[in-house]
Design a protein around this ligand. Structure first.
Ligand code: GLA
Length: 480
């Protein structure tokens, strides 16, 4: 018996048997290119296969990358399978070829918080490779997003010069010698690529913007092969200074309309810091997620300041839950745990282990995009374990796409809940205070509870469950 539990423990810890992760539903547009890397853990080599894969898509059995053209409109119930020397595993994936994309919150990485504008082709390639070698891609992280700093910065000694070619098309700066080749290399990992620009004359870091070139720039992004666009307000207010809803919406209606017609599935991230209650109309203008606030930022090097920013922005999502759902999500900004820019220096996030778990739990409960801001080549084991907790990611990626809301508040102690596709509920016991405290979850009748950070069934409870929660900490439960 002892040996058996040791064996089970060993297998669980080292993940030898294959296990398939990731969303259970995937939206894509008929006719557009399709790319999906089956997220799976377990000893490699793994042999992948799929049942009922629609015609037009092919699966590489060695890499688990599905590619091809999205089939005609319909719903395709595919079963993904993975097998290795230790065992096998399967998972259902419903491919919905209709109009909607981002049916679950996008997962990926962005350059911004590890490098600000100082990005290069090489940096992006290294991070894409690390997305795979760290194992993050095996848990569903997909997008490699370039933020500000890839194109021409008018007047800059190194990155200046003509911002556009004679035909008006965008030019990259010398640190991005061949954008198409970079995107191809990201795609070769089975990952997707994201780009960034402003609808105004300049981006926030003062690079060339898209004003009056919207359609042409989108064509360029499509030709390069991008799968994601962050469209950042920045200088747009200089052109349309009146603080009216019409002005707030205008650039997003324009680009959102163009994106719907684009011959690629391009996730649209409308970034304008919450002006005009963007959550109320982000979806209608074609946004797949919208930043609800200003930057979460690590401009300050003070630990307390950074935690209070995470706490304020994260818990501040309350009230916006009715606007989130499949295809359109509230975005409280990136996940900054691991090595990120603290002030201007790349270093470990000044957050305790409990704060990091709370951050990731809260973003998962909120059905927020899980876009990492840290250096993927420098993930410490504790941070990696947080970012790859599949039980927590499953909450984030749940097919119902219901953003959690509080069901009980008692000073700094909050209990949040969200309903899940399998009939269970995810429950988070948060302690926002600076002292450990007992948090109680109350419910009618009896419930079976599982602790998602300890990967442990807790048993059956009647009417309530109380747990000691560390300062700034969380206990995350599945309740059924
Ligand atoms: C703004 C955005 C950030 C980032 C920078 C780039 O501040 O909110 O997320 O994109 O611009 O300059």
């Amino acid at each position: 018996m002892k040996h058996l539990s040791l064996l089970v423990f060993t297998l669980a810890v080292f993940g030898q048997e294959p296990a398939i992760h990731g969303p259970k539903i995937l939206g894509t547009r008929p006719g557009n290119p399709f790319l999906y890397r089956i997220p799976a853990t377990g000893a490699r080599p793994i042999t992948f296969s799929a049942r009922h894969l629609p015609a037009g898509l092919t699966l590489d059995p060695a890499t688990g990358i599905i590619a091809g053209a999205t089939p005609r409109a319909g719903t395709y119930n595919v079963t993904l399978r993975a097998r290795n020397g230790q065992g096998k595993s399967s998972r259902k994936l419903r491919i919905v070829a209709a109009g909607a994309i981002a049916l679950t919150p996008p997962m990926g990485w962005s350059t911004w918080y590890m490098a600000y504008e100082n990005i290069t082709d090489q940096l992006v390639r290294e991070q894409a490779a690390a997305m795979v070698s760290s194992g993050l891609a095996d848990h569903g992280y997909t997008y490699i997003n370039l933020d500000d700093g890839w194109n021409i910065k008018p007047g800059d000694p190194k990155r200046g010069g003509p911002a556009r070619n004679p035909d008006g098309s965008l030019r990259t700066n010398p640190d991005f010698p061949d954008m198409k080749a970079l995107v191809d290399s990201i795609h070769s990992h089975g990952l997707k690529a994201g780009i960034y620009i402003s609808p105004g004359p300049l981006t926030c870091a003062k690079y060339e913007g898209s004003l009056n070139h919207e359609s042409q720039d989108l064509n360029t992004f499509v030709a390069w092969g991008f799968d994601f666009l962050k469209y950042d307000w920045c200088s747009y207010g200089r052109v349309f200074p009146d603080k009216t809803l019409e002005n707030y919406k205008r650039p997003y209606i324009l680009m959102g309309g163009l994106l719907k017609q684009a011959p690629r599935d391009i996730v649209f991230n409308t970034c304008q810091y919450g002006m005009g209650n963007v959550w109320e109309w982000g979806r209608e203008v074609g946004g797949n997620y919208w930043r609800t606030t200003g930057d979460i930022s690590l401009g300050s090097t003070k630990t307390a300041d950074f935690w209070s920013s995470v706490d304020k922005i994260g818990f501040g999502q309350q009230g916006k839950e009715k606007f989130a759902g499949p295809g359109g999500w509230n975005d409280p900004d990136n996940i900054l745990i691991g090595h990120v820019l603290v002030g201007q220096t790349l270093g470990p996030t000044p957050l305790s282990l409990d704060e990091r778990k709370t951050y990731f739990s809260l973003w998962s409960m909120l059905a927020a995009p899980l876009v990492l801001g840290s250096d993927l080549t420098k993930l410490d084991p504790e941070t990696l374990a947080i970012l790859t907790n599949d039980e927590v990611i499953d909450i984030n990626q749940d097919s119902l796409g219901i953003q959690a809301a509080p069901i009980r508040k008692d000073g700094p102690l909050e209990v949040w809940s969200r309903k899940l596709d399998d009939g269970a509920e995810a429950i988070a016991l948060f302690n926002r205070g600076s002292q450990p405290a007992r948090v109680t979850y109350e419910f009618p009748g009896s419930r079976r509870l599982r602790d998602l950070w300890h990967h442990k069934d807790l048993g059956k409870f009647k009417r309530s469950y109380a747990a000691e929660v560390p300062a700034h900490g969380v206990v995350l439960l599945k309740s059924r």
